[in-house]
Design a protein around this ligand. Structure first.
Ligand code: GRF
Length: 203
């Protein structure tokens, strides 16, 4: 199976996926990494791993529709079985989402449905949440609203700040994201239109 990864930044989740692949724990091959930010450090991680690294800067397109159209073309050239959003900080057009519906997984730094959107760690701290974490979900047209397939939960301690919390959450992201991708590529995870199933059971 073929995996395309979309990133915007550091690509630490991409690195976790690359490492999983090199230990035969991904269930597929990362055939391309595409970044909307040409300076994304993750592109270097991809090149270092011998993976096709594509910069597709959104600033060179006049509309979201035009950009997503170009992105669809680049992705389809690589014939992926799954499209993995690993810190891809763009809102996707309905056309894009429809094209790949049921084949797109995203990682989000909160226990969804809590804290959709940005600044999740600061918001959890402001709420004095005692638990926080991260979620892997299928991507639908609702931002951070698609069916959740896997979560990791952690305790927030009294002395946590945004940085410590972010680090703790990211450590868990790196653990669970490759697992979810592997489950998907093994055919165990499915998007049904209303939700997601694992081994045929509703999640
Ligand atoms: C992750 O925390 C992810 O949850 C969020 O963006 C961050 C990406 O980090 N959506 P990295 O580029 O994988 O290091």
């Amino acid at each position: 199976p073929r995996v395309v990864v979309l990133i915007s930044g550091s690509g630490s989740n991409l690195q976790a996926l690359i490492d999983a692949q090199s230990h035969d724990r991904l269930g597929g091959e990362i055939v391309a990494v595409i970044a909307n930010e040409p300076d994304a450090y993750g592109l270097k991680r991809a090149r270092d791993a011998g993976i096709d690294a594509v910069a597709l800067p959104h600033r060179e397109y006049e509309s979201r529709e035009a950009y997503d159209g170009a992105l669809i073309k680049v992705i389809e050239r690589h014939e992926p079985d799954v499209i993995v959003l690993a810190g891809f900080m763009r809102i996707l057009t309905p056309r894009f989402v429809q094209r790949f519906l049921g084949r797109m997984l995203n990682i989000h730094p909160s226990l969804l449905p809590a804290y959709q959107g940005l600044n999740t760690h600061a918001r959890a701290l402001a709420d004095q949440a005692t638990r926080h974490g991260c979620s892997v979900h299928f991507v639908t047209e609702e931002l951070d609203g698609g069916p959740v397939v896997l979560q990791a939960e952690l305790k927030v301690s009294a002395d946590d700040n945004v940085e410590t919390l972010k680090q703790k959450v990211q450590d868990r992201e790196h653990l669970i994201f490759p697992i979810a991708v592997q489950w998907f590529l093994q055919g165990r995870l499915q998007y049904t239109g209303e939700g997601a199933t694992m081994d045929g059971h509703r999640l």
